[in-house]
Design a binder for this molecule. Structure first.
Ligand code: GUN
Length: 291
C-alpha cells in the first residue's frame, strides 16, 4: 500500500509555478494576479480564502480580496464581477461559494468572463472540458488527475467509480476520467444508485466525493484498488487549536490496508485543490501575455 502524498506533490508543483513566475517577471512582465470575492463570514469560506491568498504569496502572485457583507445586493455583486472582468490588471478571479440564499449563484457564475474563470465553474468552461477543448477545469478534479499522473497510476481500461455528482467535483471528475488521455471506464454513483456496495467493490479506482464522513468501509473496496478521498467534513475536536478536524469520506484505517494507493485526509486531495487554482491562474496570466 502506498500513501499518495498530496502535500508533497502540491509543494513540488508550487516550486515549479514559482520558477515560472520568476522567469516571467525577469522578462519584464507583471506578476500574475488572482482576485477573490468573499461574501459574508462563513468559517469554512474564510479559511479557504485565507489559504488561497497565502498560496498566492508563496508563489509570487499578486492577490486581492474583495469583501461584501452577507446582505449585499445581487446587483452590487454583479457590478463588481463586471469590473473585474474588465480590469486588465486581474488575470483571474473567483467568487467563493456558497453565497447567501437571496443571491442567484448560477447567475453570478455566468457573469464571470470565462477567460478569467479560474475556478472553471462557468458553463463555457464546463462545456469546453466535456468536448476536450482547452478550458479551465475546476480545481479538485484537475488536482486529482495530476496526482494520478505524477504517481504513474495506470488508468486506461480501469473501472473508475465516482461517488457523487456535484458540479464542482463528481461530475467534472467523471468527464476527465473518461477522456482519451485517461481512458478509464466511468460509473457515476449517487443517492439513487442501487447495489452501491457491490458497485464500489468492483472499482479499480474509487473516487469518494460525497461529503459524508466515513461512508466508504473496507467491505466496499476491492483488494488492490486506488482510493481517492475528496471528503473534508469539519467535525468538532475540542483537543485541537481550531476546535475541529477534517474527516474524509473513507474509513482510512480499515480501507488503507486493502489499497494499492490511497489519499489521506488531511494531506491528500486538499493541497492539490489549492495548487490547481494557482496553476489555472498562471495559465490565465500567460494567456494574457500572449494576447
Ligand atoms: N466553495 C467550495 N469549494 C470552492 C471552490 O473551489 N471555489 C469556490 N469559489 N468556492 C468554493
Amino acid at each position: 500500500m502506498q500513501i499518495i502524498d498530496g502535500k508533497a506533490t502540491a509543494g513540488a508543483i508550487k516550486d515549479e509555478i514559482k520558477k515560472e513566475v520568476d522567469s516571467l517577471v525577469a522578462s519584464g512582465h507583471r506578476n500574475p494576479h488572482l482576485a477573490a470575492i468573499l461574501v459574508g463570514h462563513d468559517g469554512g469560506s474564510e479559511t479557504y480564502v485565507a489559504f488561497k491568498i497565502k498560496d498566492c504569496q508563496e508563489v509570487g502572485f499578486r492577490s486581492s480580496l474583495v469583501r461584501f457583507e452577507d446582505d449585499v445586493k445581487e446587483e452590487e455583486l454583479l457590478a463588481k464581477i463586471e469590473a473585474l472582468n474588465n480590469d486588465d490588471q486581474v488575470d483571474g478571479f473567483i467568487v467563493q461559494l456558497p453565497l447567501p440564499d437571496h443571491i442567484d449563484e448560477q447567475k453570478v457564475i455566468e457573469a464571470i468572463d470565462p477567460q478569467k474563470d479560474v475556478d472553471g465553474f462557468h458553463p463555457v468552461n464546463v462545456g469546453r472540458t466535456v468536448i476536450g477543448l482547452p478550458s479551465f477545469v475546476s480545481a479538485t478534479p484537475s488536482g486529482i488527475v495530476e496526482l494520478l499522473k505524477r504517481y504513474g497510476i495506470e488508468t486506461a481500461g480501469k473501472h473508475c467509480v465516482v461517488l457523487g455528482r456535484s458540479n464542482i467535483v463528481g461530475r467534472p471528475m467523471s468527464i476527465l476520467m473518461s477522456q482519451k488521455s485517461i481512458n478509464a471506464t466511468v460509473t457515476v454513483a449517487h443517492s439513487r444508485t442501487r447495489d452501491l456496495e457491490q458497485l464500489c467493490a468492483s472499482a479499480d479506482i474509487l473516487i469518494a466525493a460525497l461529503g459524508v464522513p466515513g461512508f466508504v468501509k473496507a467491505s466496499m473496496v476491492k483488494e488492490g484498488a486506488v482510493v481517492i478521498d475528496v471528503g473534508t467534513t469539519r467535525v468538532p475536536a475540542p483537543d485541537t487549536k481550531s476546535g475541529f478536524r477534517l474527516k474524509g469520506d473513507v474509513v482510512y484505517e480499515e480501507v488503507a490496508p486493502k489499497c494499492a494507493y490511497i489519499t489521506p485526509v488531511p494531506g491528500g486531495v486538499g493541497p492539490m485543490t489549492r495548487v490547481s487554482l494557482l496553476s489555472n491562474t498562471l495559465k490565465a496570466a500567460k494567456r494574457n501575455i500572449q494576447r
